[in-house]
Ligand binder design. Structure first.
Ligand code: FAD
Length: 398
């Protein structure tokens, strides 16, 4: 078991504990971790003109995206909080923005039901006509990679370009590129990332999102203007036709297994000795943390998982900053270990997380007391085959 000393600087921690667990050299993320940064981001959230500017890519000052995704992804800001905060904005912007929050919740619902099956095509199998074009020196793709690797952030528009390019035109296996994005995105989550890829490839809806010079010209003209292949652009045209075949996917609709308890659940007749925190819910308002305000908290960096994932240091630094701030407010210990072994035989309280890893860990180590996760929409008992059909049947929880 390796106890991580949070008094060390992030550089020292990365060097000492994460040396062989990351894919890159020390790189600070653009978006800083911590509840204070998250609160500031929420309190200064301005979605005026969001509906018109959300898809802008360059120049950066013209972007309408809010950059709050890492806080939402790690539970420092909840979806219901953001939903309520934007009430004061114009109808058009508020509606568009809230629709995106619903996409985030939709991705969580879908992942809660299909879990690791999201690695495979969802509702449609896709066969694209990969070709032998030379896709080198493209400013659009190169600049996306540079921004992602140096900041840990991408706007939705470039995420779509990247996913379309590497699933429908170039590359042999979309999952390698999905992994690459997941490693570097500070908001990287399997639910939203995989849904994004599935949507773009057409395996979720049956319709592909094609990427060509058209979008770059429209949303980031300067990239084309300075591109060395400007007059020989390999993506001048839309991707070639792909073959799309309907398929079925296996899932289980048990709401308690998929979405966890609806109310606080005492699983074992005993008292928790600490709160186990997960990366899904690192905010001060985490239900278990809030309830047991006098108990110590514990966070475990999952060593075997990190060894396998090889995340970027940007993601680890974001988490460290969140944890350092929390450690100033209450007793918190951080370990680098296998959570399945660490939690064995211990009494702990936790907040349910609708992700396969949490389910696997708590199957072997049942939490003494388990809290429902904070959510925007009530759990569902049907397979959400499309966003629009899901939206028609859901019940908001605010
Ligand atoms: C291929 C691909 C991969 C993606 N990977 C991720 C990922 O790993 N993690 C992640 O959080 N989002 C992912 N998204 C969704 C979306 O691109 C990001 O949430 C958004 O770009 C984050 O930046 P923002 O906070 O500035 O967004 P804003 O436009 O300001 O949106 C506000 C919030 O709404 C939610 N949201 C916006 N668009 C979407 C969307 N299309 N799907 C789901 N939620 C959305 C996010 O929580 C976001 O923070 C992906 C999209 C695609 C197409």
């Amino acid at each position: 078991m390796s106890f991580i000393n949070l008094d060390l600087s992030n550089e020292e921690i990365i060097k000492k504990y994460f040396n062989d667990l990351c894919c890159d050299d020390y790189t600070d993320p653009l978006i800083k971790g911590g509840q204070t940064y998250a609160d500031n981001a929420l309190n200064s959230l301005d979605i005026q003109n969001y509906a018109k500017t959300r898809n802008n890519v360059l120049p950066i000052e013209k972007r309408g995206s809010t950059y709050i995704s890492p806080y939402i992804r790690h539970g420092l800001i909840s979806l219901p909080e953001v939903w309520s905060f934007v009430e004061k904005f114009e109808y058009q912007d508020k509606t568009k923005f809230r629709d995106e929050l619903l996409w985030q919740e939709f991705s969580r619902h879908l992942y809660a039901i299909v879990g690791k099956n999201s690695r495979n095509y969802l509702n449609y199998s896709i066969k694209s006509n990969k070709n032998n074009h030379n896709y080198q020196n493209m400013n659009c793709i190169d600049s996306i990679k540079t921004e992602l690797e140096s900041t840990g952030y991408m706007v939705n528009q470039t995420r779509m370009w990247f996913a379309s390019h590497f699933s429908l035109r170039d590359g042999n296996n979309w999952r390698n590129y999905e992994d690459y994005m997941f490693k570097h995105l500070v908001d990287g989550s399997r639910f939203a990332n995989r849904l994004g890829w599935q949507w773009v490839m057409g395996s979720q809806t049956g319709k592909i999102y094609g990427f060509s010079k058209f979008q770059v010209d429209k949303r980031a003209k300067s990239l084309c203007n300075t591109c060395v292949v400007k007059y020989d652009c390999p993506i001048q045209n839309w991707p070639e036709e792909v073959s799309i075949t309907k398929k079925t996917i296996e899932f289980d609709l048990n709401p308690e297994i998929n979405f966890g308890p609806k109310s606080v659940k005492n699983n074992i007749d005993s008292k928790p000795e600490f709160v186990w925190l997960t990366a899904e819910s690192l905010g001060d308002n985490d239900p278990a943390l809030n309830y047991y305000s006098n108990l110590p908290a514990i966070f475990i960096f999952d060593k075997p998982l990190l060894k396998y994932l090889q995340l970027s240091t940007k993601r680890i630094i974001f988490l460290l900053d969140c944890l350092k701030e929390l450690a100033n407010k209450r007793e918190l210990k951080i370990y680098l270990d296998d959570p399945i072994e660490f939690l064995n035989g211990k009494n702990f309280g936790s907040t349910f997380a609708p992700v396969p890893k949490y389910k696997k860990i708590t199957k072997k180590n049942i939490p003494t007391v388990e809290f429902p996760s904070t959510r925007l929409v009530e759990p569902i008992n049907f397979y959400p085959s499309s966003f629009s059909s899901w939206k028609k049947r859901i019940e908001l929880k605010i």
